[in-house]
Design a protein around this ligand. Structure first.
Ligand code: FVH
Length: 299
């Protein structure tokens, strides 16, 4: 090693799917020694050719290093993989997508076994990993000591965003952002369905749609300010009464184009409900609390 060179933290990575492979590659490229394990060992071959060490079992992989990263399909696979391992004294970083409750339970599980645990929610797709300009980052929550100790290593594949010591908060941020993304995908699907069958080039239509969504995105800041202040009616630009009056136009257009309104109808139902409650002078922030139920009762 060159004089003054800082030794990179060696780590273990459990799970070599599309995301796990991208993570392993980024750490290898940055000079980390990476021990890998995957249920289907053949998936490790390209990484071994790039310098990774393949462990013969999950238990051997966990034993190999203090820092153990998991990137598996879901919590059930994490449960299965960790079952035969010895986590005592380990720093576990779980980048598997899961619910806040699963993250909290996993943190309690680790703590009961003398291990530390950090939960992570990846805000990226595999090609963005290890590409600093891509905007990829990971939400982290749980042990702040662990986060601080390994921050430099964790920052190699993607940026790091701390969300607090409640182990469930990384998952909650992750799922909240992804839920908004699915809302956008749903609206996009409806828009393309409307123009399909007409002499409109979807490729020419796409930039119009993307630019419109971009122009509307700052509305999230106004919504947040209203939720914080409780003021739902001050400086409203497009009030609920006006927007609800437009609902028949949206439903009529869908019908004329032979498109099911099933993606939009639930939102229109909320708008009509809030209007009936007297919220006509508000903007759409007034719909948010209509969605809230006692935890655990949502379908
Ligand atoms: N890929 C993406 O776009 C998203 C981006 C945001 C974050 N997600 C989450 O990352 C986790 C891993 O996702 P992935 O893309 O690597 O997923 P797959 O390519 O499907 O690989 C799944 C790995 O999990 C292993 N696995 C599944 N079940 C088990 C099990 N019962 N026991 C042991 N391992 C299991 C699987 O092994 P194998 O099929 O190769 O043997 C893969 O290594 C995920 O939470 C995303 O939500 C990705």
């Amino acid at each position: 090693m060159a004089q003054n060179a800082v030794e990179k933290t060696p780590l273990t990575l459990l799970g070599l799917g599309a995301m796990g492979t991208a993570l392993a590659r980024a750490w290898l490229a940055a000079g980390h020694q990476v021990t890998v394990w995957n249920r289907t060992p053949g998936r490790a071959a390209p990484l071994v050719a790039e310098g990774a060490v393949l462990a013969e079992s999950a238990a051997a992989a966990v034993a190999a290093n203090s820092l153990v990263v998991l990137c598996l399909l879901d919590e059930a696979s994490v449960e299965e993989v960790l079952a035969g391992t010895e986590p005592a004294g380990k720093d576990l970083v779980n980048l598997t997508t899961g619910t806040p409750a699963e993250a909290r339970a996993r943190a309690a599980w680790a703590s009961a076994r003398d291990a530390r645990c950090l939960d992570g929610g990846i805000m990226a797709v595999p090609p963005m990993i290890g590409v600093p300009a891509s905007g990829a980052y990971v939400f982290y929550s749980g042990s702040h000591e662990l986060f601080t100790r390994h921050r430099e290593t964790l920052a190699v594949p993607a940026g790091t965003t701390w969300t607090g010591t409640d182990p469930g908060h990384a998952a909650l941020h992750d799922v909240a952002l992804l839920s908004a993304m699915y809302g956008m995908f749903a609206g996009t699907a409806h828009a393309f369905a409307l123009i399909r069958g007409e002499d409109i080039d979807p490729v020419a239509f796409a930039p119009l749609l993307a630019d419109w969504l971009t122009a509307m995105a700052p509305a999230v800041h106004r919504t947040a300010e209203r939720l914080k202040s409780g003021d739902l009616t001050g400086d409203v630009v497009s009030d609920l009464a006006m927007q609800t009056a437009g609902v028949p136009t949206f439903l009529g257009t869908a019908e004329q184009q032979g498109v099911s309104p099933e993606l939009l109808s639930p939102y229109f139902a909320l708008m009509r409900r809030r209007l009936a409650e007297g919220g006509g002078g508000e903007d759409l922030a007034g719909l948010i609390d209509l969605l809230r139920r006692a935890p655990g009762t949502a379908a």
